[in-house]
Design a protein around this ligand. Structure first.
Ligand SMILES: Nc1ncnc2c1ncn2[C@@H]1O[C@H](COP(=O)(O)OP(=O)(O)O)[C@@H](O)[C@H]1O
Ligand SMILES: [Mg+2]
Length: 314
């Protein structure tokens, strides 16, 4: 993929938060590379503390990086701050607007901040898109949690950026609002907006994203197109030690992709969603191979995944 096709390009990104008071220095990112294609919905998936917010806060220019380079829509965040910021809208994890303004005032304020002339502002259009037109002139502090979250998204879209970044957009929201946010993300993407979202819900990344990067402990674990990633996560392995050495793998087992390893054991990789261990064993017992010992192993990735899904409850 050429650089012109990338919305965001990250190379060798490192971040260490400095020691402060009683807390020692904290390494949050250990050298992350990411290439986020234009037009995609890209998911940054990982458990709490993985470094997701740090990554996107660096992209947004909210947190200073320690090392590495970041380009937003082709603009280096160090060399061309203005253009980098103009091309991205960030929806932070925490609500960060002054609740004594009305939604309309907040959008106007930000439009002013971005230097958008009055005639070109889209505050009412954004409020409609966010289904907040009825709350246009209400004090923001009286809005429900869901409405505040939608206003945050609206605020990030004020300057019509080609990239929208959402940090845990559905953490702690109810099912109905989650569906609503997902729908809106899809709508924006259909209009051509590149969406980057962080999440610790596998289900969310699976549902929405074209491509998923998993990070853990400040390191990139894997980055793949969603269907390919899911396929890999589904993989298991069975190792069969035979009583007598196997000269040649029977055709039926060859068809399953069975191979002999250095120890003369037969190794079969399989997807639990397509075939069970029981079914594999049936095929083995139909041959003249006698089983001395057998074990199944999950791929490392699946372990990581298990960890990730466990942290769902956190
Ligand atoms: N301002 C900060 N000062 C010190 N450490 C921080 C700060 N922000 C985040 N961290 C640490 O950096 C690591 C990554 O955090 P974060 O990027 O917020 O992860 P995530 O968003 O994936 O949950 C965590 O260990 C966290 O405690
Ligand atoms: Mg976070």
């Amino acid at each position: 993929m050429t650089d012109q096709e990338l919305a965001i390009k990250i190379r060798g990104l490192k971040k260490t938060y400095g020691a402060e008071g009683a807390s020692s220095a904290k390494v949050a990112l250990k050298g992350v590379d990411l290439s986020i294609p234009r037009g995609s919905i890209f998911g940054l998936l990982g458990p709490n503390g993985a470094g997701k917010s740090t990554t996107i806060n660096i992209i947004a220019g909210i947190v200073d990086k320690t090392e590495g380079s970041v380009e937003v829509w082709g603009f280096d965040i160090d060399k061309d701050v203005r253009n980098a910021k103009a091309n991205i809208g960030i929806v932070p994890q925490e609500i960060n607007f002054d609740v004594y303004f009305t939604p309309f005032e907040i959008l106007e304020l930000y439009a002013g901040y971005y230097g958008i002339p009055k005639a070109e502002r889209r505050s009412d259009e954004i409020l409609r898109a966010m289904r907040l037109e009825d709350q246009r002139d209400a004090y923001t502090r009286f809005l429900s949690g869901g409405m505040k979250r939608r206003l945050l998204v609206g605020k990030a879209m004020v300057h019509n950026p080609p990239i929208l970044v959402l940090d845990e957009p559905t953490a702690g929201v109810d099912v109905e609002l989650r569906q609503h946010i997902w729908q809106y993300v899809r709508e924006l993407n259909n209009k051509g907006v590149t969406v980057v979202l962080t999440t610790h819900y596998l289900e969310e990344a699976e549902e929405l994203c074209d491509e998923i990067a998993i990070i853990n402990h400040g390191e990139l674990v894997i980055c793949e197109k969603t269907p390919k990633l899911l396929k890999q996560l589904d993989e298991k392995m069975v190792v069969i030690h035979p009583v007598k050495p196997i000269d040649e793998i029977p055709q039926d087992l060859k068809a399953l992709g069975a191979k002999l390893n250095d120890e003369g054991a037969m190794v079969i990789h399989f997807s639990p969603s397509t075939i069970t261990v029981g079914e594999i064993l049936k095929k083995v017992s139909a041959t003249d191979i006698e089983i001395a010992d057998l074990k199944t192993e999950e791929s490392d990735l699946e372990d990581i995944f298990l960890q990730l899904t466990k942290s769902k409850e956190v």
